[in-house]
Design a protein around this ligand. Structure first.
Ligand SMILES: Cc1cc2nc3c(=O)[nH]c(=O)nc-3n(C[C@H](O)[C@H](O)[C@H](O)COP(=O)(O)OP(=O)(O)OC[C@H]3O[C@@H](n4cnc5c(N)ncnc54)[C@H](O)[C@@H]3O)c2cc1C
Length: 256
């Protein structure tokens, strides 16, 4: 049994523009336009915004200026055209339960406790418990007991379902019932796809001091990646350290 205290966020996918397709659209409409960003997400959001007014070649010159105006004017639907894909690991089931409440503009694929054997599961310990030896001992004992019960239940349920001829189905039946004793602290993995508008909403609500520390940590980790990926879409946020050592995200362009 391994204790995990730090989430990991892997950026595994981003968008690219199809330059030929964009050029065909411009030519078909007698337009000539280029932008000064090489970031696919930023180009696509600018293109989408310019389609609204067919303003190619007019008005604001740089992509950064253009996207800042989108944020200022809260033209948020334009930001839905930029998406990224992430794998998040080293997080608890309580974290993912909060994460999947974010419905609009998010897609999820999470490790299945019905199919995957949790007898080798890791567990995520909150910092506040880890910092205190007495609390840590209570937590660890509770985790060990739950985990041992899970393993015993899987064995017993395998006997209970012995008449099931398909071994995969037999294991699934046993694990899906036994998982009921696994704690919220059980480590999980989740594949997340989200657009820039949804990610901004997530960063604002979960990168806030009122949010749970684990989800806040993930929100700040995502924000750091996104600020490197697309500064035009996320550069308005500042990350502020609080006196307790945790971090929050702030912006003047909330709820775009
Ligand atoms: C500090 C904090 C404490 C929380 N505590 C609790 C708690 O105690 N109990 C609890 O159950 N949840 C709690 N939550 C979760 C919260 O209620 C939301 O479910 C979660 O933050 C997702 O937010 P959302 O619905 O705005 O996001 P999304 O589902 O991603 O929606 C984004 C936006 O789209 C719009 N939208 C989406 N769906 C609809 C719809 N059906 N109708 C109209 N507009 C829609 C809304 O403008 C919404 O803000 C908490 C969240 C935070 C940040």
């Amino acid at each position: 049994m391994k204790i995990v205290r730090e989430p990991r966020v892997y950026l595994v996918g981003r968008q690219h523009t199809d330059a030929d397709g964009l050029e065909r659209f411009l030519t078909d409409h007698g337009l000539s336009w280029t932008t000064d960003t090489e970031v696919g997400a930023e180009t696509l959001c600018e293109t989408a915004g310019r389609v609204c007014y067919m303003s190619f070649g007019k008005g604001r010159k740089t992509n950064r200026e253009y996207l800042r105006h989108i944020l200022e004017s809260a033209h948020g639907s334009v930001l839905e055209h930029a998406t990224w894909n992430f794998i998040i690991t080293g997080v608890s089931r309580s974290f993912t339960h909060e994460l999947v409440r974010h419905r609009a503009g998010f897609g999820y694929s999470q490790l299945s406790q019905r199919y995957v054997d949790e007898s080798t599961a890791d567990f995520v310990e909150p910092d506040a418990i880890a910092a205190d030896p007495e609390l840590h001992a209570i937590w660890e004992e509770s985790i060990r007991q739950s985990h041992a019960a899970y393993c015993r239940l899987v064995e017993g349920l395998a006997r209970h379902y012995a008449a099931e001829p398909d071994p995969t189905q037999r294991r699934k039946l046993a694990r899906q019932a036994a998982r009921s004793v696994l704690p919220n602290a059980t480590e999980t993995k989740i594949f997340v796809t989200a657009n820039a508008r949804a990610l901004r909403h997530f960063v604002e609500s979960r990168g806030h001091e009122f949010a749970d520390i684990e989800i806040r940590r993930v929100a700040i980790a995502l924000l750091r990646i996104l600020q490197r990926e697309a500064p035009g879409l996320f550069g308005d946020y500042t990350i502020v350290a609080l006196p307790d050592g945790t971090e929050v995200a702030r912006t003047e362009y909330r709820k775009v």
